[in-house]
Design a protein around this ligand. Structure first.
Ligand SMILES: NC(=O)c1ccc[n+]([C@@H]2O[C@H](COP(=O)([O-])OP(=O)(O)OC[C@H]3O[C@@H](n4cnc5c(N)ncnc54)[C@H](OP(=O)(O)O)[C@@H]3O)[C@@H](O)[C@H]2O)c1
Length: 282
């Protein structure tokens, strides 16, 4: 009986020692949009890689369930920071949360986002404002808030989830593709600005991915000629791209090809093709 109890105490002490050591030396990966789809897959992959994390999305319960699922032994230090990125003050609160808890953010994965497919005039004004706030402003603010700490340490990484739709306007998907252009352009600027400061900036540009995104956006990828890939394809390509410090990451060869071919085509053809490949049930 006594040896068993001693063994249990020793194992608990080891776990705590390990956690304290990690907190002092290791950095955390902050993932927005962590509750479902691509963000959730990022969480699973980083858990497999034994990374400590801060998970952000609105659905606290989903994040807690995911945290318990990927960390059954409790060896990883995973924090749930439930926030609505549609609130302009949320990036500041996320930064304050990490400072108060002493969590040093070494990698940010900006994955939260949503789309709206349809006639521009039919887009509710509240959705328009929310999309600009979540897809654009929250991403830009989070990067701005955490960047100084990374620069001071001469180490860090940023993965911004954009889209192939950010390389040109797409009819009936206008605001969404504009928000993704913003993400791509800001990432390009930061990649160049930070490359000598030890910070890697990657912008990942997927095509259709099998997630709940399309239901929320009222988009129907199954009617497109383009294939629909698994979220893991995006995550694996992003992490590989981060290691190699690639600026643009295209998860599939087709994503790369669609963007590459634009160099040889008139803009009007590019725009027609993009709208043709983004089928909508209007
Ligand atoms: N699926 C595709 O075909 C595709 C293609 C290219 C790019 N992308 C991009 O990939 C990213 C992830 O999308 P997904 O496909 O994984 O879709 P998804 O399953 O709908 O995931 C969207 C994520 O964003 C979070 N989110 C949405 N609004 C939020 C808000 N106001 N505050 C905080 N979090 C919010 C959601 O969490 P809560 O609802 O819990 O808040 C969820 O975790 C998006 O940026 C999207 O633009 C997707």
């Amino acid at each position: 009986m006594l040896p068993e109890v001693l063994c249990e105490i020793r194992s608990t002490l080891c776990t705590w020692q390990c956690r304290v050591k990690k907190r002092v030396t290791m950095s955390y990966t902050l993932i927005t949009g962590a509750s479902t789809g691509i963000g959730q897959e990022f969480v699973r992959e980083f858990a497999r890689r034994k990374c400590d994390m801060v998970l952000v999305a609105r659905s606290e319960e989903r994040l807690q369930r995911l945290s318990a699922e990927v960390n059954p032994s409790g060896n990883l230090d995973i924090h749930v920071c439930a926030e609505d990125l549609g609130d302009p003050d949320s990036p500041g609160r996320i930064y304050d949360y990490s400072v108060q808890k002493g969590l040093k953010i070494g990698l940010i994965v900006n994955c939260a986002g949503f789309g709206f497919a349809g006639d521009y005039t039919s887009m509710p004004l509240a959705d328009l404002q929310e999309m600009v706030q979540v897809n654009v402003a929250a991403m830009a603010l989070l990067v701005r808030l955490f960047m100084p700490d990374m620069i001071a340490k001469k180490k860090g990484g940023i993965i911004n989830v954009s889209s192939v739709s950010g390389f040109q306007g797409v009819a009936f998907l206008g605001l969404y593709s504009a928000t993704k252009s913003f993400i791509t352009t800001l990432s390009e600027s930061l990649h160049e600005e930070l490359k000598d400061k030890g910070i890697k900036v990657v912008v990942v540009c997927p095509g259709y991915i099998e997630t709940g995104f399309h239901a929320r956006a009222h988009q129907y990828p199954e009617q497109s000629m383009l294939p629909v890939s698994e979220p893991s394809v995006v995550v694996k390509a992003s992490i590989k791209g981060l290691y190699k410090n690639r600026l643009h990451v295209f998860p599939t060869f087709l994503d790369f090809l669609l963007v590459f071919l634009q160099r040889f085509l008139p803009r009007s053809t590019v725009l027609k093709t993009a709208s043709f490949l983004a089928p909508l049930k209007l």
